[in-house]
Design a protein around this ligand. Structure first.
Ligand code: FAD
Length: 423
């Protein structure tokens, strides 16, 4: 699998996947066929898009992907794939209304690390899990696959999280952290909320139990044959937590009028919005600033594939924007002074793709916050997020029934596939 972190590669990957995005996807998406390149001449994973790293990095956006899919498939054929794309938008909107869930994950993760540092038995169990030495073949295979490839199939993520929580009885926050450190698509909302969903904390009381027969069935096409999962827990009792996470109202930026960008401004590209193209800016920036902060995902460091993807995406996105707008580009490195960069360039304002709850926001807001309070930040938020997040208050079903009206309202019909899409 070619994981080049560019918009061109995202479009190429999308074009190759498009023929499979209809009924084929609906029928086969549950199969974990193993990573591409595991054996010479092997077909590899073709039943899912593997677009998540590019979507997470904002090299391509959800609306563009849906447009392209609807050009080739009827809404009915594409329903399953489009619904999965909306899961991503739903999780983002849900976390945005309960940012305390992210803050609480960060503090309980810290406490969980303290616990393993203080307890040799726990530490051994944790190390065996992340190094793929538990003796549960399927789990160990996925642990190695994650570290090596920076990607796991959705079903594998569900089984892995379930075994971590209910069989190995490790704190879920440590597993979520392991994913964040290694997934190229590591995303505060999708990752944290999916782990909470498996644990019975998202849809309260409803857990996901991994079963050996289900794993064998859905891994049957892997080059080495089905994966075995020995001695899994019979019970998956929901976890509970003392804290209630109240919902806070959304306070989202509206669409940006061209007048708001009439004066010279700087464009900030970051880990979750590395390309200017999906932003559809109404006026050109005079400076492009790139800020890559993959190390902020975890206090325990980030894996090579994930870090390289994020850094490559921001560096490449900055170069593309610099060329497209014929302006200067500058990196805002960690510890650097954003105010000084702007002052030196004679720029008063910065346009920043919206920073949803998560580690990118945590990393950048310390310096962006004061500028925002002085009304020097113009926040950019996509229409699909703005329209969908309103409905992401409780379970996914509320969003699911709004998919058709939202696509209709935004005119996402398949008539406007992304520019530059091959084929
Ligand atoms: C425990 C756990 C942790 C996860 N962590 C992440 C994460 O950090 N980042 C992340 O992007 N996804 C995460 N997911 C969701 C999902 O597994 C991935 O988005 C998906 O596997 C990516 O592969 P794909 O691009 O081939 O997906 P496809 O099946 O091709 O789906 C297309 C797109 O829809 C979105 N999508 C699909 N399934 C889901 C889902 N269940 N939830 C949210 N969005 C979805 C993704 O953006 C994906 O790229 C997690 C799921 C679980 C169970």
């Amino acid at each position: 699998m070619d994981w080049t972190p560019t918009r061109a590669r995202a479009l190429d990957r999308l074009a190759r996947f498009l023929p499979s995005a209809g009924i084929d996807y609906a029928e086969t998406r549950g199969f974990d066929d193993g990573p591409v390149g595991e054996a010479p001449g092997e077909r590899g994973r073709a039943n899912v898009s593997q677009l998540s790293p590019w979507l997470h990095a904002g090299l391509i956006c959800e609306a563009e992907v849906i447009e392209a899919v609807l050009r080739q498939h009827s809404p009915r054929e594409a329903a399953s794939f489009v619904s999965e794309i909306f899961w991503r938008v739903y999780f983002k909107g849900w976390l945005e209304q309960r940012p305390g869930v992210w803050d609480s994950f960060r503090s309980t993760r810290e406490a969980a690390f303290d616990k393993i540092d203080a307890n040799a038995g726990l530490r051994t169990a944790y190390e065996e899990a992340i190094e793929g030495r538990t003796g549960i073949s399927a789990f160990d295979t996925w642990a190695h696959e994650l570290v090596k490839h920076g990607y796991l199939h959705n079903h594998a993520r569900m089984w892995f999280a379930s075994i971590w929580i209910f069989t190995l009885k490790l704190d879920w926050e440590l597993g979520a952290d392991f994913f964040l450190r290694h997934l190229r698509d590591g995303d505060a909302a999708s990752n944290t909320l999916s782990w909470r969903w498996v644990a019975g904390l998202h849809t309260q009381g409803k857990t996901y139990a991994a079963r050996a027969d289900n794993i064998a069935r859905y891994t049957a096409n892997r080059p080495g044959g089905p994966l075995a999962a020995q001695d899994l827990a019979d019970e998956a009792e929901p976890l509970t937590e003392a804290r209630e996470h109240g919902r806070q109202p959304l306070d989202l930026p509206g669409p940006v009028a061209p007048e708001a960008l009439a004066e010279p401004y700087a464009l900030l590209l970051h880990d979750e919005a590395a390309s200017h193209v999906p932003l559809a800016l109404p006026a050109a920036p005079s400076l492009v600033i790139g800020a890559a902060r993959p190390e902020s995902r975890s206090p325990r460091g980030v894996g090579g594939p994930a870090a390289q993807f994020a850094r490559g995406a921001v560096a490449g996105g900055m170069e593309d924007a610099r060329r497209a707008f014929e302006c200067e580009g500058i990196s805002w490195e960690e510890g650097g002074d954003l105010g000084a960069i702007l002052a030196e360039a004679g720029m008063d304002r910065v346009a920043c793709p919206y920073l949803p709850a998560g580690w990118t926001r945590d990393a950048l807001m310390e310096q962006l916050g004061p500028l925002a309070r002085d009304e020097r930040v113009i926040w950019l938020l996509g229409d699909l997020a703005r329209a969908t997040w309103l409905h992401a208050r409780a379970g996914f079903f509320r969003v699911k029934k709004e998919i058709e009206p939202i696509l209709g309202e935004l005119g996402i019909t398949g008539a406007n596939p992304p520019e530059g899409l091959p084929g």
